[in-house]
Ligand binder design. Structure first.
Ligand code: 3HC
Length: 408
């Protein structure tokens, strides 16, 4: 038996990149002492820099007083040695997404941390089950998946494996609530909930861009207009990191071998070229002085523009709704989880099932079918659960039954 959550005081965070530093900040703000670990002094300095920048921003905005900031700062210990994690009550790992690195880290954590200590990984593209199997305590290993920017986005996905015990899940869910996050708990499947819905949608945005259907600004503005999203798919790709987007697409492909999950060639080339988005200074956008692009003139773009039923934003949303209805249909996540994931993880004012409610199944299906006519989607047949939402034609005439299901 480990400690009760209420008794947790000290939390280890391994890896202080953008996500790790944000996660450490979230715990420190919630009153936990933090042991932040990186591989060397230079990486520690960078990690500390991320935390400093984020806290300074909060002070400048008047969200944090100088006094509170000093208290938070005082909770941090930075170390280049994993041995300093011997007495932490809980660990979150946020190192690069490579199994060899995870193996090294989890081997050490398993040896160094007390046997009761729960080890959580923030992985977005590796199997939590495989990571758990690297340790002698797989029942105490879970995914705890945060969203960028970690101090702002309220979602935390708790990922369980076949080995995780209920007690571990309860503790991690409690920890997530203590740090002010809204947890959803799901099994270990490629992309989990949020990324499996978000990243193919980002990939769709990139596909429209590379096929010259619209400019990056048109694509980004279109979803803000259609669904009130805080940022468009190309801006979001730059925020999340194009390498992370590609890794998620590839894991989805590996998991399902569905053409919907084939990464855009442009995405792959941008990653190969080292244009990873904000973290390298260049992605789809190239920084502050980047002038808006002029309109593209592809032949397909002309045809699509002339087609009144095809709005860029509605196309991107329709495909995402279809993905969500498939996920719910599979029994992987509930409608509530799906909506919570995109509302709290990605700043959607409404989740996919609510967006469907607003539009009606008929409109979403019409969009999907039109997209198919222009080869703008690989979704050949709308999700069964979406088809099932079609208004019952016979019903409206008072006969009951549904024609497409053989009702008379
Ligand atoms: N660190 C800390 N705080 C930050 C921040 C950062 N990097 N960026 C923004 N903030 C804070 C601001 O201080 C501000 O706080 P306040 O309201 O208390 O003053 C608040 O966030 C809003 O920021 P801004 O007013 O500067 O900017 P916006 O209103 O444009 O919001 C946004 C920025 C919160 C990033 C918003 O655009 C958004 O929600 N975008 C969607 C982000 C998203 O989808 N993230 C998930 C990506 S998927 C993922 O991470 C999973 C991975 O596995 C791929």
């Amino acid at each position: 038996m480990g400690l009760m959550v209420q008794e947790f005081k000290k939390v280890g965070v391994v890896g202080l990149g953008t996500m790790g530093a944000g996660i450490a900040e979230v715990f420190a703000r919630a009153g936990f002492d933090i042991v932040g670990v990186e591989i060397d002094q230079a990486a520690l300095d960078r990690g500390r820099g991320h935390v400093d920048k984020s806290l300074s921003r909060a002070v400048e905005k008047g969200k944090l007083t100088e006094e509170e900031r000093s208290e938070i700062d005082a909770r941090f210990t930075f170390s280049a040695s994993r041995e300093d994690l011997a007495d932490v009550d809980f660990v979150v790992e946020a190192v690069p997404e490579r199994m060899d690195i995870k193996r090294d880290v989890f081997g050490d954590l398993d040896r160094i941390c007390a046997p009761g200590t729960i080890l959580a990984t923030n992985t977005s593209s590796l199997s939590v089950t495989e990571i758990a199997a690297l340790t002698d305590r797989p029942e105490k290993v879970v995914g705890l998946h945060f969203f960028n920017p970690a101090p702002v986005m309220k979602l935390a996905e708790v990922i369980t494996t076949v080995s995780t015990t209920d007690e571990t899940v309860d503790v991690v869910t409690e920890v997530a609530k203590r740090i002010g996050k809204t947890p959803i708990t799901v099994g270990d499947r490629g992309g989990f909930v949020a990324n499996a819905l978000l990243v193919p949608y980002i990939n769709d945005g990139i596909r429209l861009y590379e096929r010259q259907i619209a400019t990056r600004e048109e694509i980004d503005e279109s979803v803000k207009k259609a669904a009130g999203l805080p940022m468009g798919p190309l801006t979001l790709a730059d925020l999340v990191g194009l390498d992370v987007c590609l890794a998620v697409m590839d894991v989805l492909w590996e998991e399902f071998h569905d053409p919907r999950y084939s990464a855009s060639p442009l995405l792959r080339r941008m990653v190969a070229a080292g244009r990873l988005g904000r973290k390298t200074g260049q992605g789809f956008y190239k920084g502050k002085d980047d002038a808006p692009e002029s309109r593209r003139t592809g032949r397909l773009a002309q045809m699509v523009r002339e087609e009144e039923t095809l709005d860029i934003g509605e196309m991107l949303i329709a495909a995402q709704i279809d993905d969500a209805m498939r996920m719910i249909g599979d029994g992987y996540a509930s409608a509530k989880d799906v909506d919570t994931a995109l509302r709290f993880g990605c700043g959607y004012p409404k989740g996919p099932t609510e967006l469907l409610e607003d539009r009606g199944a008929e409109s979403v299906i019409t969009t999907l079918v039109s997209m198919g006519e222009y080869s703008l989607t690989t979704i050949a047949v709308p999700a069964p659960l979406l088809m099932d939402r079609l208004p019952d034609v016979e019903d409206s005439e008072g006969h009951g039954g549904c024609a497409c299901h053989g009702g008379a």
